[in-house]
Unconditional design. Structure first.
Length: 317
């Protein structure tokens, strides 16, 4: 049977992390599956808390591991996980999720059912859109007509239709709070200059890298509860700026033509119009800054496509 590494990338959210680990321990390790859990820490978790986790997970048949990073950032936590993890499958969970009891067993059964899969993801409970919300997202290029595809501007809004799925389906992206990969599909990850701090879009890049090794699937049975605690300590202007800028990098990584950039421009205009009634000036400023950069000739080439090519060659080698 395949072995499993669970990775919880965290920073100073003890209550969230404890709730998450409690849910994992209650479900326990899948029968016959060697399972380890890594806490990749960008903060300061007290020693007595770590010792409690170790005892709790040990009783559930899960080996507890801990690593405190020197350089913070979510993408760097993904990189470090891939360096350290020993499992055939690496499951990335946000520290503010709760798993149903059968989640891990269902995950490993899905890999057995889809041996060609490079990765398998799941759904966050309650993530859905109204009919009019879906129309707005389609018209603003935030989602695709296909639930498994990114939009023209490389947005992942299509995940808001995942709850309608009745069976496992192919996808080209995962939701970062609930995604897993074969370790071999993402080995050799490297730091990426534009993925700093909150690392907006890191799940999209990780999915893109894994797809070079095989297809990705979403199993709707892998539904968990995502409490969505504050995900970034950066100021709102910087967060909205990164949301757009990192999608520019994603477009450059795949050498998108002008249609992709035009779509991102339109999506960003829509975001500004949506924020105006709320008078969210910081968010609007961030979007405006990014709007100028989309077609700016002053932006230096970012080399995203070259990064993916290097990773592809490393995998082949």
């Amino acid at each position: 049977m395949l072995s499993l590494s669970i990775a919880l990338c965290t920073r100073n959210r003890i209550d969230d992390l404890t709730r998450c680990i409690n849910s994992i321990a209650i479900g326990g390790a899948p029968e016959g599956c060697e399972t380890e859990l890594w806490v990749i820490d960008d903060g300061e978790l007290p020693k007595h808390v770590l010792e409690r986790y170790e005892r709790q997970l040990g009783r559930a048949g899960i080996t507890y591991r801990y690593h405190r990073k020197e350089q913070p950032g979510l993408w760097l936590s993904r990189v470090k996980t891939v360096e350290l993890a020993q499992g055939d499958i690496i499951l990335f969970l946000d520290d503010d999720v709760e798993l149903p009891n059968n989640y891990l067993t269902e995950l490993m059964s899905t890999y057995e059912a889809y041996p060609q899969a490079a990765g398998i993801g799941g759904i966050a409970e309650g993530m859905s859109n109204s009919f009019m919300g879906t129309i707005r997202c389609l018209l603003s290029f935030q989602q695709s007509w296909s639930k498994g595809r990114l939009s023209l501007s490389r947005q992942s809004g299509s995940m808001y239709n995942w709850h309608k799925a009745k069976r496992t389906f192919k996808t080209e992206f995962f939701h970062g709070c609930n995604m897993s990969f074969r370790r071999e599909a993402i080995r050799g990850l490297e730091p990426v200059p534009w993925l700093q701090s909150y690392s907006v879009g890191e799940d999209l890049l990780l999915s893109r890298i894994a797809m070079k090794s095989g297809p990705l699937y979403i199993n709707p049975a892998l539904t968990l509860l995502h409490h969505e605690s504050p995900s970034s300590r950066d100021n709102m202007e910087q967060v909205t700026y990164m949301r757009v800028m990192n999608h520019i990098h994603l477009l450059r990584d795949e050498r998108s033509g002008p249609i992709g950039y035009a779509a991102l421009y339109w999506t960003t205009l829509y975001q500004i119009l949506r924020e105006k009634p709320r008078k969210n000036h910081a968010a609007i400023q961030g979007y405006k800054r990014a709007l100028k950069a989309i077609f700016s000739s002053q932006e230096e080439p970012l080399g995203g496509g070259r990064l993916s090519e290097r990773h592809s060659k490393k995998m082949a080698g």
